[in-house]
Design a protein around this ligand. Structure first.
Ligand SMILES: Cc1cc2nc3c(=O)[nH]c(=O)nc-3n(C[C@H](O)[C@H](O)[C@H](O)COP(=O)(O)O)c2cc1C
Length: 371
């Protein structure tokens, strides 16, 4: 560690970007958990493709627009957020940090952003919802046991969750070959807390395969249909979003079946490998249903410029998956807060240099060029 001009120590390991946070987190996370977090399906082509697609889009910035400051605030489903960035639902936060989803929820509240909480949380949803004033949306996996699924939804409602995000791209689990090799499973003391008492709380070791893949195969519904969205609407008053759509026709159907939102997502490249990059399908989906549903997008969002591009293409907000886990593994709540602040600073910079004063001015011409 060296000294600055003022004599204060400079920690050269302060991260400058999200990649740096990943590097700092890696030695602090168990190798099998790291692979579970980092990996994608099969050849990991969609995992890489998500990133490449954001990188490939140029931003056609405007000049002389006269904004000394930017306002990043917006609303999603009428819920205020300090910026158009949300926390994606990811399973098993306690593999990254002992405080797990509690730390993540506290960081989300501190940053004024909305968190989606996975069904496969390693902290009870009631405790996570009580962790801060920030809104929590509950991500739902539909179990074969519909009574149990309905109970999860009712618990989420009672705990104060503000929306249900039903994930529809996981009929079975895409094979993440790293997890197969590692025989991925949850270690003793870490369990799916939302399922305690149901017999579905453990993700245990299975010879020659990923314990999670076996769990999903055994317990989750592999044959969901659009009628199940109707069923879900019949059991809750909460708004429903459908997560995992990459086609225009499916986005239309989601709107037809009463979803208030669609998350354009390929599960971070973890399900069907060679699925298209979300940045490539977002624009056409926005053109088709952007006036009917709230559009969110995730997959490889790592830079403030990516957020501007997503908004310009028609999304209301982006979701961050892995970067949140990196922040959590690096230093718990403070690490997640730093990840979110990094995104905020980058988004502010990208808007400043694009000539945008607020979110409403982030429009399609920024990715197509002015006419
Ligand atoms: C470790 C990990 C666990 C995940 N768990 C879930 C989950 O429980 N439910 C879900 O709907 N999506 C899950 N996802 C997908 C994320 O919600 C999101 O779509 C994806 O991570 C976004 O891509 P990014 O990680 O490149 O930001 C998971 C992703 C990762 C990386």
């Amino acid at each position: 560690m060296s000294k600055s001009d003022s004599g204060a120590p400079i920690d050269h390991r302060e991260p400058v970007n999200l990649r740096d946070v990943a590097e700092l987190a890696r030695p602090r996370i168990d190798a099998s958990a790291w692979d579970y977090y980092a990996g994608g399906a099969r050849d990991e082509l969609s995992l890489r493709g998500n990133r490449v697609a954001w990188e490939r889009i140029p931003l056609h910035y405007r000049v002389l627009t006269g904004h000394a400051e930017r306002d990043l605030k917006t609303q999603i489903l009428g819920q205020p957020t300090s910026m158009p960035v949300m926390i994606a639902p990811t399973a098993f936060h306690r593999l990254a940090h002992p405080e797990g989803e509690l730390a993540t929820a506290r960081a989300a509240s501190a940053a004024g952003v909305i968190m989606m909480l996975s069904t496969l949380s390693t902290v009870d949803m009631e405790a996570v919802c009580a962790a801060g004033p920030g809104p929590i949306w509950f991500q739902l996996y539909v179990y074969k046991d519909r009574g149990l699924t309905r109970d999860l939804v009712h618990r989420a409602e009672a705990a104060g969750c503000k929306a249900i995000v039903v994930t529809v791209d996981a009929a079975i689990i895409g094979t993440r070959e790293r997890d197969v090799r590692n025989g991925f499973h949850l270690p003793p003391g870490i369990e799916c807390r939302n399922l305690v008492g149901t017999g579905f709380e453990e993700v245990s070791a299975r010879a020659g395969q990923s314990g999670l893949a076996a769990y999903v195969k055994d317990w989750l519904e592999p044959a969901l249909t659009w009628e199940d969205v109707d069923w879900l609407r019949s059991v809750t008053r909460l708004p429903i979003l459908v997560k995992g759509v990459i086609r225009v026709d499916d986005a239309r159907r989601a709107a037809d079946y009463g979803a208030v939102g669609v998350v354009v997502s390929n599960h971070g490249g973890r399900q069907l490998d060679t699925a298209p990059a979300t940045a490539d399908v977002l624009g056409p989906i926005a053109d088709a249903v952007g006036d009917r549903v709230n559009l969110l997008v995730d997959g490889g969002v790592r830079r403030g410029t990516d957020v501007v591009k997503a908004l310009a293409l028609g999304a209301q907000a982006v979701l961050l998956g892995r970067p949140v886990l990196w922040g959590l593994g690096w230093k718990g709540q403070a690490g997640v807060e730093q990840v979110l602040e990094m995104m905020r600073r980058e988004l502010d910079e990208a808007m400043a240099l694009s000539g945008c004063g607020d979110i409403s001015t982030v429009t399609r011409d920024l990715v197509t060029g002015g006419t």
